[in-house]
Design a protein. Structure first.
Length: 333
């Protein structure tokens, strides 16, 4: 078999590939979800199981991506020739048909996300506000995208009993304002920090291309990796429109709204963050959009807020803006 034929046949049996090489994962709608290419339990790596992109995968934690041949090679530590041999041997074996999906399909998970957000309340005076204050984030005015739920359900890992934890709930929306999902940060009432879970941050619904929006879309926008990154910026510049993409992979895949003129990218200072910046700039290159980085001094914008303090952090961010955008950031436009 040729290489393209092998890749195509692996994609046609994507779920069987995942069950063989990533058995600790689980099916979630149209995706197989697992921790990484080695098959560690978790949820940052997604493999598309159906449709024209079946077999494509992305690890949101590392920005790694590829097809199922790449995944087999990484999983087994093989070079291309050995991976082709491994894949050929796999394709010669009989495989059970895919089991019916037990996880909710994306449309259902979006509906669940909408109900969870509707059942939550504003964060003022709640554990969620105390959690953010512990990160140095004190918001000048209420953010409609943020809510608090005192007893949100959480399943620590597949097969485990569901538990309940307080949670900071962030609305994930498309550029037109349609709620497509939520991002949950589970919290510990005893410490006002994150809950003692393997993955205290969880997403529900449709995230790719969407984000947590703060402020109305304008010709100028900041997009960042994490929720705390964007909230750190909003805490010192509350009039600066911004959106949290929620991971490096989603940052690289961000879809800007129509009419955008200048996009500032608040990336993390690690390899995935720099890769996401380069990927986003490359994707938007043909468009009439200026892409400008907002590089952190430390690991990310929240680390800068904590180390520099609000005044110095604010001055540093303003120094990276185009002079024409400073009045907007200061609420003087």
């Amino acid at each position: 078999m040729s290489l393209p034929e092998i890749v195509s046949r692996l994609a046609a049996e994507a779920e069987a590939v995942c069950r063989t090489y990533l058995p600790a994962g689980r099916r979630q709608g149209a995706y197989w979800q697992v921790g990484d290419v080695l098959g560690t339990p978790g949820g940052s790596l997604y493999v598309r199981l159906t449709g024209p992109r079946a077999g494509k995968w992305t690890d949101a934690a590392t920005s790694q991506h590829g097809d199922l041949l790449d995944l087999i090679a990484a999983n087994r530590g093989l070079d291309l020739r050995a991976a082709l041999d491994e894949a050929t041997a796999f394709l010669r074996l009989p495989h059970d048909p895919p089991a019916p999906a037990r996880e909710p399909v994306p449309a259902n998970s979006t509906a669940v996300a909408q109900r969870l957000f509707a059942a939550s309340r504003p964060i003022a005076g709640t554990l969620a506000a105390r959690y953010l204050a512990g990160r140095g984030i004190v918001l000048a005015h209420p953010e409609p995208a943020l809510r608090f739920h005192p007893r949100a359900f959480c399943r620590p890992d597949p097969g485990m009993t569901r538990t309940q934890w307080p949670a900071l709930i962030a609305a994930v929306t498309a550029a037109d304002g349609t709620l497509t999902g939520v991002h949950r940060t589970f919290l510990d009432p005893a410490t006002s920090g994150k809950a003692p879970l393997i993955r205290p941050r969880r997403a529900l619904g449709l995230l790719l291309g969407n984000g947590v929006w703060f402020g109305a879309a304008r010709p100028v926008l900041v997009v960042g990796e994490g929720l705390e990154t964007i909230l750190s910026l909003r805490s010192v510049l509350p009039d600066l429109p911004a959106v949290a993409a929620l991971s490096a992979a989603h940052l690289g895949a961000f879809k800007p709204p129509p009419g955008l003129r200048r996009l500032y990218v608040a990336h993390d200072a690690d390899a995935p963050g720099l890769h996401a910046l380069a990927r986003l700039a490359g994707r938007l290159g043909p468009r009439p959009i200026t892409v400008r980085p907002l590089p952190p001094v430390g690991a990310d914008a929240n680390a800068d807020l904590l180390s520099l303090g609000p005044r110095r952090f604010r001055a540093r961010v303003l120094g990276h803006l185009d002079p024409a955008d400073v009045p907007l950031a200061l609420g003087r436009e």
